[in-house]
Design a protein around this ligand. Sequence first.
Ligand code: G6P
Length: 351
Amino acid sequence: EMAEKGGYDHFMIKEINEQSTAIKNTLNEKDKVKEIVDEVKGTINRVVFVACGTSYHASLTGKYLIESLVGIPTEVLLASEFKYSAKALNDKTLVIFISQSGETADTLKALDVANETSKTLAIVNVRGSSATRRADYVIQTQAGPEIGVAATKTYVSQLVAIYLFSALLGEDHELLKRLEKVPDYIEEVLQKRDEIKEISKKYKRDKDAFFIGRGFSYPIALEGALKLKEISYIHAEGYAAGELKHGPIALIDRNIPVVVVIPPGQDHKKIMSNLQEVKARGADVLGIGAVGDEDLISESDDTFLINCDVDDIIAPLVYIVPLQLLSYHVSVIRELDPDKPKNLAKCVTVE
Ligand code: G6P
């Protein structure tokens, strides 16, 4: 097993470090994605994403992308809740299934239901898995085998597949070009990984944490919170920054860690005012934002800063990396095994 870990302490950190390669390899699927786009273009008036867990968070990013780039109404359903919405499907609906394993029981069940009425597309990492055999169209993510239970490189690869699909459908050539730079941005983040290791020490004894974001950074916050709870057993909640004031703000007081995901872009100012709201109540703020964001640096207790060319639109592909590293280091510092969290399985084959 040591040899398989390639010198790393755990599969999870090895797989976090493989993410730029996983992205490059998945970007090579572009021509195949284009073939699918050419077939469905003009035949659909609605998109529904279906997934579980981390794949559900990739789907939420997909909703914002398709709606903003293509203008087709898009919704996201948890696979286990899918059947309750199935009556409204028709042959002009494209149902997109996101699953790293291609074997999740809830997702397969939903795929069978969707196949009765609609076109289906599966975005899957494991070759030859059940989902790839049952869907009308398949996009194969190229993350390679993922052993760590908490999804990392398969997640960013799913996102790349969704970005390719959305940008090709919306004919956004500039975005397609910008995606080529994502592997380099990730490498830059990984070079600064010790900064996150240092910050993670603060979380050793915490019982709760919040992650907030808005727009494209909202699913990043949800995924950051899921990673932390999965492998460090800290109760973590991801929240839409604007929704904090409708409840959770009551829980914010001194020393509660709040991770604020705040890339440059149209919502920066609003997220900053949400940051100030939690700061005013004594929260311990970790700002994940852009190099040179002086407001963020002065308002936060800690910051992790990312290349300022990474704006809100491509942030989901890059800003998640420091959050994966945070959950990894918190798990290790708490003397847990990040590769084998209790009660969780890599692939859930029961409904
Ligand atoms: C399990 C795994 C998660 C994963 C989810 C969905 O809960 O522990 O990491 O996100 O299943 O899996 P899928 O293979 O369908 O993406």
